[in-house]
Design a protein around this ligand. Structure first.
Ligand code: PLP
Length: 337
């Protein structure tokens, strides 16, 4: 059934499954792997490309002429939705929110390059406020005889989550041993939900573990189950939620959008030991979670562990002030050669 669901090609797939040897050795892992979904390629890469392949097939089929979505100031989802809209010849409107800003940097800069029109809620990134504004804007567009499509925050729908059902199929083909633990950052829950459902179908021995960047474990469990149900209905899969264990940790963030000391350390270790770039809001926290969970023995270092790198690199460029004290840079003026 999965193969029958329409999708358009946005991502370069399969993404590599590589080993993090030096980082793995440091923390005692027998095998620590990285699934490079930061390398999905389209518009700077990241997990959202897999979801948007399904969502935009639906948007095109529905004959919409403008796409609206919403998120925080550095939303990767907003950036990738804007890029997909460009590729498919649609207009894009973004409702973003967060602290006031002086510079267009990181994803916000890319949103502009992709021609997005933005309404910005200063000092407010509450999901219901962003959604309210987005719905209001869609009504205005309808009154102008436009046909707007509202893409929810994070793009986490049952349809989009199929991107991660398919990703689990992809990983199953890349592995020799299917007894693995796969760990990822969790925001709006679509990636996590798709991965759990996909693992049930293609990697039944896998343990899927989420690291929250914004919500409590209870809230994540509830939303993840809703998305799993939606996706399984699309796939006409009979699924009993009682059989599904949702394992998600919510102690690795303080507030959405803020960097943590542990996340910062994980970013630096990954960069220095592996040449791999993580971001402060999502993947840095997921890696901090992996490091802590193995030290606490919540995860077994003898089982092959896969870090799902979900992207987010543009965000790093908006956190320059967190790292510039590390610069080893000497300036030379007025050189005479
Ligand atoms: C880089 C990155 N990683 C992880 C996530 C979390 O994915 P989801 O919203 O599907 O839970 C996001 C979502 O915005 C993201 O941008």
């Amino acid at each position: 059934m999965l193969e029958k669901i329409p999708r358009i090609k946005l991502a370069n797939l399969p993404t590599p499954l590589d080993e993090l040897k030096r980082l793995g050795n440091k923390y005692g892992f027998k095998k620590l792997l990285i699934k490079r979904d930061d390398l999905t390629g389209f518009a700077g890469g990241g997990n959202k490309a897999r979801k948007l392949e399904y969502d935009f097939a639906d948007i095109i089929r529905g004959g919409y002429d403008v796409v609206l979505t919403a998120g925080g100031i550095q939303s990767n989802h907003a950036r990738m939705t804007a890029a997909a809209a460009c590729k498919l010849g649609l207009d894009v409107k973004l409702v973003l929110g967060g602290p006031d800003f002086k510079k267009y940097e990181g994803n916000l800069l890319l949103d502009i390059l992709f021609g997005a029109e933005i309404r910005y809620l200063v000092n407010d990134d509450a999901n219901d406020h962003l959604t309210f504004e987005m719905n209001k804007w869609a009504e205005e567009l309808k009154n102008e005889n436009r046909n707007p499509f509202i893409h929810p925050i994070g793009g986490s729908t049952g349809l989009g989550a199929l991107g991660y059902v398919k990703a689990m199929q992809e990983i199953s083909k890349q592995l020799d041993d299917s007894k693995v633990q796969i760990i990822m950052a969790v925001g709006s829950c679509g990636t996590f939900a798709g991965s759990i459902l996909g693992a049930k179908m293609f990697l039944p021995e896998a343990r899927i573990i989420g690291v929250s960047v914004s919500r409590t474990s209870e809230a994540i469990t509830q939303r993840t189950k809703e998305i799993i149900l939606e996706s399984s209905e699309i796939l006409k899969q009979k699924i009993s939620l009682d059989e599904i264990d949702i394992e998600c940790y919510d102690e690795y963030f303080v507030e959405y959008g803020l960097i943590t000391p542990e996340g910062k350390k994980a970013i630096l270790e990954c960069a220095n030991l592996e040449g791999i770039l993580l971001d402060p809001i999502y993947t840095g926290k997921a890696m901090a979670g992996i490091i802590d969970l193995v030290q606490k023995k919540t995860i077994d270092p003898d089982i092959t562990t896969i870090f799902l790198h979900t992207g987010g690199l543009p965000i790093l460029f908006s956190f320059e002030s967190e790292f510039n004290e590390l610069a080893k840079c000497k300036k030379f003026y007025d050189n005479v050669w």
